[in-house]
Write a protein that binds this ligand. Structure first.
Ligand code: 5GP
Ligand code: MG
Length: 445
């Protein structure tokens, strides 16, 4: 996870980047940062916390320039200390460089150890720093060639933005595992962002997605950009972007995330019929799927669990105790609606089982008679390694328990998941997806 943004040839680029990062806060809440360049010098500001915690109006106004890149961090590699915030900015033989990354490199340890053996001194725990070292060590007089050479040495899922004093380079790995889109600002400048919901906020017009394997090069003061096919594309967008990560108002590779989620709910409703008084979502992530389920089953939809919006996503907290507490802080079922009722509860996913177990407990406490838990994705059986912080095998409940054992653990009366084919047909069978968490097909090794 993580969000990245680039703003090119637009006055107050840092401010636009700030709004875009704010729109993509859901992709990472640990740290945020922006590098800005006025065609002479790159200035970087970053820190721990939410976008609005890190930046004040004063700071944004001081970040002057018409080229900016930015990042929201959700740790997958490295720790959650402020030293691991991005952009990573450095000085090297060609001047200044700044880099942001969404994804995860699978050969990071090998590359890092090789670099250290060669005398590199690392400043962070992030896999992204490998790329900066590889660029610095190369002897080509052109940054473009150095980037390409570095990309040939790394393996993994990546959407990357590189900023030099005069250019911004955008790259998406050949599988296009993570989303990245290109838009045009009203002032004629360009914007690159992980999700299109960022374009809506800054009133940018969507142009197209960055293609898998593509490098786009923007230059200061130039209205045309250069596009190069670096790697032969073999498109495999991550299905989990549609299931959980992306905002419902984003469109990824031509498909609305909201519509995809509704479709997953419809598919769930069609796979087996249950009798119930209501369909209720686990807010907010379960809402579109629950709507789809309610429409397809003709069981009325009720928002019977109310969410407190001032609590962050449960998953991000490090310890198990806090995770348990946070579910209660975040979700409150209304007994007036639920007492003695039979309900279908819809969530987008079960990871560790913490949320669903708590929800069932809270619903029983609210007097619900029967709980039919339905999950709008398949069982998560394998740790994702391409940029999502899914836990190890030991922690993934479906890696260790059958559906019946999970049902027993969470305490529901019945439990069903989508299967992989149902997920694929809900998303559209015309494309290939990254389904690692479900099928263990680690196609980038
Ligand atoms: P569990 O409690 O089973 O560990 O997690 C399931 C809940 O976490 C679901 O409500 C789902 O919406 C949410 N979830 C699924 N994957 C992720 C993730 O990678 N990060 C965060 N923050 N939440 C997640
Ligand atoms: Mg959720």
């Amino acid at each position: 996870m993580c969000a990245i943004v680039g703003v090119i040839n637009s006055p107050s680029a840092a401010k636009t980047a700030y709004y875009a990062l704010f729109a993509m806060q859901h992709r990472g809440q640990e740290a945020s940062g922006i590098s800005v360049c006025d065609n002479a010098e790159i200035t970087t500001f970053k820190g721990n916390g939410l976008v609005t915690d890190v930046f004040s109006a004063k700071i944004i106004n001081e970040l002057k320039g018409d080229m900016a890149i930015g990042h929201n961090r959700y740790a997958t590699a490295g720790k959650s200390s402020s030293g691991d915030a991005q952009p990573i900015a450095a000085n090297y033989s060609l001047g200044q460089i700044s880099v942001v990354h969404n994804g995860n490199l699978v050969n990071k340890d090998e590359v890092r150890n090789d670099l250290i053996r060669d005398g590199a001194i690392f400043q962070t725990n992030m896999d992204t720093e490998n790329i900066v070292h590889l660029i610095a060590k190369n002897h080509s007089p052109h940054l473009k060639e150095r980037i390409i050479s570095a990309l040939e040495k790394i393996k993994g899922a990546y959407c990357l933005l590189f900023q030099s004093r005069h250019k911004v380079f955008a790259v998406r790995d050949r599988y296009g595992v993570r989303p990245l889109s290109l838009g045009r600002l009203k002032d004629g400048g360009y914007i690159i962002a992980s999700e299109t919901c960022a374009f809506d906020l800054v009133e940018a017009e969507f142009i197209r997605d960055v293609k898998p394997g593509e490098m786009i090069i923007f230059e200061h003061g130039k209205s045309e950009f250069e596009s190069i096919e670096l790697f032969k594309p073999e498109s495999r967008i991550c299905a989990f972007e549609y299931i959980y990560f992306a905002r419902p108002d984003s469109v990824i590779e031509g498909k609305s995330v909201y519509e995809a989620r509704k479709k997953m709910g419809e598919t769930l409703a069609k796979k087996s019929k249950v009798k119930a008084d209501f369909v209720i979502p686990v807010p907010d992530s379960g809402v579109p799927a629950a709507l789809g389920y309610a429409n397809a089953s003709s069981i009325p939809f009720e928002l019977a669990i109310v969410r407190n919006h001032y609590v962050g996503r449960t998953f991000i907290e490090p310890t198990q105790e806090i995770r348990n507490l946070k579910v209660k802080l975040k979700l409150n079922p209304m007994s007036s609606v639920l007492k003695d009722k039979s309900v279908v509860v819809i969530d987008d996913s079960i990871v560790r089982g913490t949320t669903s177990k708590k929800i069932v407990e809270l619903l029983r406490h609210a007097g619900v008679r029967e709980i039919h838990f339905r999950v709008a994705c398949p069982e998560l059986k394998f740790p994702e390694r391409y940029g999502i912080d899914t836990p190890s095998f030991e922690e993934l409940i479906s890696a260790n328990k059958s559906v019946e054992q999970v049902r027993e653990y969470i305490g529901a009366d019945s439990l069903e998941f989508l299967d992989i084919d149902e997920l694929k047909s809900s998303l559209g069978n015309e494309r290939k997806y990254s389904l690692v968490s479900f099928d263990g097909d680690y196609f980038i090794k």
